[in-house]
Design a protein around this ligand. Structure first.
Ligand SMILES: *Cc1c(COP(=O)(O)O)cnc(C)c1O
Length: 365
């Protein structure tokens, strides 16, 4: 049996109604900002339970524009997770700020106990990353931020509809940043991102920043960016948004099935699954003994297993000027050597999950 990682061809196999929406949209010529985008922003805000949602051109820009709207800039230090995807760090560096890393724990999110020792006189913000669809302990983050007068931008790109203590990812901080990239749980046909906030001033600033700082056709209030969410992609988003809850539910039930099967195998260890977390499994990851050999065995058995990520961002060449070395963030390092990801998406079949469990069982003999 072949177990593929990408489900995109399946996801858009039967979408004749979306093609009809797109045809109708193209005939309007309403290609920048406009009605379909407003509709998508309203639906997204409703889904999250926030006052505002602002479409931008990527998840990376959702973080970058958030930080700028909150007054973060050159010389400022921004605390984030040592094990995140490059985009979080890229967004911080693009505005001239300096990323300061905190190690994660076995939930793949920042170990909040270690935040306070990373704070200096220059620290202005925390960007917790709800990595893999888990949640950072946001009660700790918000408490520490309030005491130290820091702003919080949540990188919720991997955790749409995730929750901690019953409150959604992206709704804790001053803003929450989401990606609509094809590989994310709510995915459009190109790059895209969206920011949520409850603060009307931040909403207004973000709308300026994403559209060159133009208040109207003739007046430039501040210098911004060309970072609008394509209206065409908003049409795709409007088609997808009613499916978002089901997508999360299907991923959660797939993960449960994996946990039950893989949890019995010596050599595999399942990350903690605390009751007060709603984990939405953008990635389904377990810890494996002899990880590289297992990965190889899965590939030979036609299962597209992956590793997120073999080289942590904090040790990448691009960040060598920060002066970090192997061992600075030991949990992140241990994860890089022991994690394996299996497909967990809404189009995966029970047979594919069972076959994957079978192959892993066979590997450990
Ligand atoms: C995908 C992702 C981003 C950035 O999203 P893009 O839309 O690709 O720019 C940021 N942070 C994390 C953790 C991500 O997974």
């Amino acid at each position: 049996m072949h177990v593929r990682y990408s489900y995109l061809p399946q996801q858009f196999e039967n979408c004749e109604d979306l093609w009809q929406d797109l045809r109708k949209f193209v005939s309007t010529g309403d290609f920048t900002l406009g009605k379909e985008l407003e509709k998508f922003e309203q639906s997204f805000a409703d889904l999250m339970g926030t006052k505002f949602a602002i479409g931008v051109n990527s998840g990376t820009d959702a973080i970058k524009l958030s930080l700028r709207a909150l007054g973060i800039g050159p010389e400022d230090e921004v605390i984030t997770a040592a094990n995140t995807f490059v985009a979080t760090v890229g967004a911080i560096c693009e505005i001239g700020a300096k990323p300061v890393f905190v190690d994660c724990d076995d939930t793949f999110c920042m170990d909040t106990v270690q935040i306070e020792s990373a704070i200096t006189a220059k620290t202005k913000a925390i960007v917790p990353v709800h990595f893999t669809g888990y949640m950072t302990n946001m009660e700790d983050v918000m408490r520490i931020a309030a005491i130290n007068n820091l702003v919080v931008v949540e990188d919720a790109c991997q955790s749409i509809l995730g929750e901690f203590n019953g409150k959604k990812a992206g709704t804790w901080g001053q803003t929450g940043a989401f990606s609509l990239h094809p590989l994310k749980n709510l995915n459009v046909w190109s790059d895209g991102g969206i920011i949520v906030t409850d603060n009307p001033k931040v909403d207004e600033k973000l709308r300026l920043l994403r559209n060159h700082g133009l208040i109207d056709r003739d007046n430039v209030e501040i210098l911004g960016y060309n970072s609008r969410l394509d209206t065409l992609q908003a049409v795709v988003g409007n088609w997808l948004i009613p499916q978002t809850e089901n997508i999360a539910a299907k991923r959660i039930s797939n993960a449960k099935h994996y946990d039950e099967g893989l949890g019995e195998i010596p050599g595999i260890s399942i990350p903690p699954r605390p009751n007060n977390y709603k984990i939405v499994y953008h990635l389904y990851i377990v810890f494996a003994d002899q990880r590289d050999a297992l990965l190889d065995y899965c590939h030979k058995s036609d299962i597209e297993a992956k590793v997120h990520y073999p080289i942590p961002i904090y040790r990448q060449n691009a960040l060598s000027t920060l002066g970090h070395k192997y061992g600075d963030f030991p949990v992140t390092d241990r994860h890089a050597e022991s994690v394996i990801s299996f497909p967990c998406d809404q189009h995966l079949s029970t047979e594919e999950i069972n076959y994957t469990i079978e192959v892993v069982k066979r590997f450990y003999g």
